[in-house]
Ligand binder design. Sequence first.
Ligand SMILES: NC(=O)c1ccc[n+]([C@@H]2O[C@H](COP(=O)([O-])OP(=O)(O)OC[C@H]3O[C@@H](n4cnc5c(N)ncnc54)[C@H](O)[C@@H]3O)[C@@H](O)[C@H]2O)c1
Ligand SMILES: O=C(O)C1=N[C@H](C(=O)O)CCC1
Length: 251
Amino acid sequence: MLKIIISGCNGHMGRVVTSLCEADPQVQVVAGFDVLGASDREFPVYSSPAQFHGEADAVIDFSSPAALDGLLSFARDTRIPMILATTGYTPEQVAQIGAAALEVPIFRSANMSLGINVLLELVKKASTVLGDSYDIEIIERHHRRKVDAPSGTALMIADAAASACGHETEYVFDRHSVRQPRDKKEIGISAVRGGTIVGEHEIIFAGHDEVMEIRHIAHSREIFAKGALEAAKFMATVDAPGLYDMSMLVK
Ligand SMILES: NC(=O)c1ccc[n+]([C@@H]2O[C@H](COP(=O)([O-])OP(=O)(O)OC[C@H]3O[C@@H](n4cnc5c(N)ncnc54)[C@H](O)[C@@H]3O)[C@@H](O)[C@H]2O)c1
Ligand SMILES: O=C(O)C1=N[C@H](C(=O)O)CCC1
């Protein structure tokens, strides 16, 4: 039996992960972490990771960057592998995660869906071939509740394009105050927020007389929960400290 803790268990993603775990006979949710109390859960919910003293094989976290310090201390104290799916970390927090991964196993991805992780490979291929002469723009769309912008996925896509395009790049998030033509080194990133859009990402390669677009649409949150649970199953077999990601699961 795989014993899972769900961090952010009372949120939108936390509830979808809970349902998926409860439908899997090989998985047991042993606890949840959340600052928001809810009495309808079938497992104990703690407002701080330090309050948990049981056994677990992995923590799946869909919460908030504010939870990171407590989760990393918990990982260091217990050696329980951590799956970080939260987005919106500051550069300092990303560095903290990297430092912690020298001591404990940590899995991090801004997008746990299979489709986006295949898309990242397509973006690298397209950027290698087209990156020199085509302009790269990314548009992401999410629900009105989302607080971080651009999405973690958009940044991951930009990083994939930047690593493969063969020249220096600069991310441009806001064209409002700039009055000048687009520079070749720019990767433009635009965020749209509205309604209940689960998550959409579009990458545009705009060249002379042709445009190529690659697009991913999430129709439900289950695709993220499924990837996170697969990551937890994988991490439960991992002993060595390190920073793991979806590329280890998408072959
Ligand atoms: N990696 C992915 O595939 C993926 C997919 C979807 C969402 N996300 C990310 O997951 C996060 C959560 O998304 P959501 O839509 O479920 O949000 P949500 O607001 O519905 O849920 C977040 C939950 O975390 C709790 N929380 C907030 N601060 C906390 C803290 N300090 N300690 C413990 N719990 C805390 C909240 O009370 C809430 O219940 C966001 O960062 C989002 O971008 C990632
Ligand atoms: O709903 C969200 O919030 C999502 N966040 C992730 C991101 O920031 O990339 C992934 C898609 C859903």
